[in-house]
Design a binder for this molecule. Structure first.
Ligand code: GLC
Ligand code: CA
Length: 561
């Protein structure tokens, strides 16, 4: 049997446009990534997930691919990529790529051929209809656009420039598998699969319900977890995945724990794990994700607990709170005010990464990078934020000021501002003009400052990840939450055989007593009376009875000697 190396691995997500520019054009690139492999190794990273670097007109920053087997010149060349892959392997790390096959770019040759009447073999590569249904695009407006050449409408769940592939067509699937095998033979170590839960559509194409503030209908129940999605993934597994010693993770938009056990079930021969989004999409206002509301802590706790519990023994979890599609986690889930930023960023890391599953770290999260405060929507680039801003402001649903506030809280560019390396101009990201503004806090918040400091967020991540790897109970042990109703504290046990850890985190800026958690009783029940603090985010230890503001602690429980 293949080693399940991906269960113990730590994954680091690179958004290449914003990581490091090597040639002064203001855009991060592959050679820029090569400059920082020691940094990643030093942090404790095992696997790099590289967001799309393929050829693309960049309607959605590379998630609109026009050639799956070529590199976008902004990012470099295929030779640069081959060198990167080799160097990642020389560093003892692995590299997984982004697989974006729910849709292509409208500039992909398949779409060109499908839209022109000339080459009939590509007729059914996309989803064409004489009349559109009422589905809304996830990036505003109708999900259907009329194509003059072909004289029909095509479906695009995302932007107009991202037509959905027709997975019902066997030729499409064969082409996708061929491409994946090609990358596999190149030696990559797996794929992160973009909106993979959407590849199978309910063939009725019935209208969806129209929400109160909406013009179009929500078709998601017909295109998420569609009727043939598991069949397709099992086929993909047979045709591609099983040929390699890979790690696979699916983007599980709209996937609940029951579905996750199908996508990533140990006996299902589909994927290794899924990303779930319930916890990062929990805060919702009248305009959906566009709100400045903080997530409800009890709800977040309940969600994380449910995922840990429901997947136990059946499927594997991925542990993430931050990526290129969400705001910075310290700003959303913790406290980015300077007096608490480092403390609460560390606490959040304990809370999440001591759970069971594979940890994912998004670039800059290991420094506690924060949201970006744009003073005008024109500073931003993200197509989702810009479309939503225009739509809701024009429709009179919200004032421009209010909408900008929402975008500054929930917009995707919060996590896409350039990586903060040092105190040089543009945070050392580029010698040119950065494609997206650098957060002004780089003067004190940067990698150079943190790698040299023993109490930095970076150093804490290093220690936490190293501890994780040394503790079988954390990697593979059982999980049990206590104090589920507690409004400020998150507490859970991780246990394997004689090894037991208690994880305690205070999500508030006030001291919290642990009285109601009845820790003494828990301890006695396990016959363990000694407590030893193995790691915490305060410089010195404390008693188990009380947690200081944003304190996070890992306690080891031992038998009295
Ligand atoms: C995924 C990507 C996101 C992209 C979308 C469409 O959600 O993470 O960045 O916009 O898919 O490809
Ligand atoms: Ca560049």
């Amino acid at each position: 049997m293949k080693q399940e190396w991906w269960k113990d691995a730590v994954v680091y997500q690179i958004y290449p446009r914003s990581f490091q520019d090597s040639n002064g054009d203001g855009i991060g690139d592959i050679n820029g990534i090569r400059m920082h492999l020691d940094y990643l190794k030093n942090l404790g990273v095992d696997v790099i997930w590289l967001c799309p670097v393929y050829k693309s007109p960049n309607a959605d920053n590379g998630y609109d691919i026009s050639d799956y087997q070529d590199i976008h010149p902004d990012f470099g060349t295929m030779e640069d990529f081959d060198r990167l892959l080799q160097e990642v392997h020389e560093h003892g790390m692995k590299l997984i790529m982004d697989l974006v096959v729910n849709h292509t770019s409208d500039e992909h040759p398949w779409f060109r051929k499908s839209s022109s009447a000339e080459e009939t073999s590509y007729d059914d590569y996309y989803i064409w209809k004489d009349r559109p249904n009422n589905w809304k695009s996830r990036f505003q407006g109708s999900a259907w656009t009329y194509d003059e050449k072909r004289g029909q409408y095509y479906l695009h769940i995302y932007t107009v420039k991202q037509p959905d592939l027709n997975w019902e067509n066997e030729a499409v699937r064969r082409d996708v598998y061929k491409m994946m095998n090609w990358w596999g033979k190149k030696g990559i170590d797996g794929f992160r699969m973009d909106v993979i839960s959407m590849i199978s559509k309910d063939q009725s194409y019935a209208d969806g319900p129209v929400g109160e503030h909406e013009q179009f209908g929500d078709g998601s129940s017909m295109y998420i977890n569609g009727p043939r999605v598991h069949e397709f993934l099992q086929e993909m597994n047979r045709e591609v995945i099983q040929n390699f010693d890979w790690m696979t993770v699916g983007e599980g938009v709209g996937v609940d724990t029951r579905e996750a056990c199908l996508y990533a079930g140990f006996d299902r021969k589909e994927l290794n794990m899924m990303f779930q989004f319930e916890h990062v999409e929990q805060a919702k206002g009248p305009l959906g994700k566009w709100t400045d509301q903080k997530p409800d802590f009890l709800r977040v706790k309940e969600i994380l607990d449910r995922w840990q519990t429901d997947l136990e023994g059946k499927a594997w979890n991925s542990l993430f709170v931050e990526n290129h599609d969400y705001a910075r986690s310290v700003s959303t889930f913790a406290d980015d005010r300077e007096e608490y930023r480092e403390l609460s960023a560390k606490m959040l890391a304990i809370a999440l990464y001591m759970m069971k599953g594979t940890p994912y770290i998004y670039q800059g999260q290991e420094l506690g990078m924060t949201n970006y405060h744009a003073s005008s929507i024109d500073e931003l680039q993200d197509v989702e934020s810009k479309n939503a801003y225009q739509f809701y402001v024009n429709a009179g649903e919200v004032s421009p000021e209010e909408m900008l506030k929402y975008v500054n809280c929930a917009g995707r560019d919060n996590s896409r501002t350039p990586m903060q390396w040092d105190t040089e101009e543009n945070a050392g990201f580029t010698h040119g003009t950065p494609w997206l503004p650098v957060n002004t806090n780089y003067t004190y918040l940067n990698a150079e400052e943190q790698t040299g400091r023993t109490d930095s967020v970076f150093t804490f991540y290093q220690q936490l990840l190293a501890f994780r790897k040394s503790a079988p109970a954390v990697l593979r042990g059982s999980y049990r939450m206590i104090g589920k109703e507690h409004k400020q504290l998150l507490a859970y046990f991780r246990t394997m055989g004689e090894e037991t850890y208690l994880i305690l985190c205070n999500f508030s800026e006030k001291e919290q007593s642990t009285n109601t958690l009845k820790l003494r009783q828990q301890t006695e029940a396990q016959g363990k009376a000694n407590w030893r603090q193995v790691l915490g985010n305060y410089p010195s230890g404390h008693s188990v009875d009380m947690l200081r503001p944003y304190e996070g602690v890992i306690w080891k429980m031992e038998k009295e000697s």
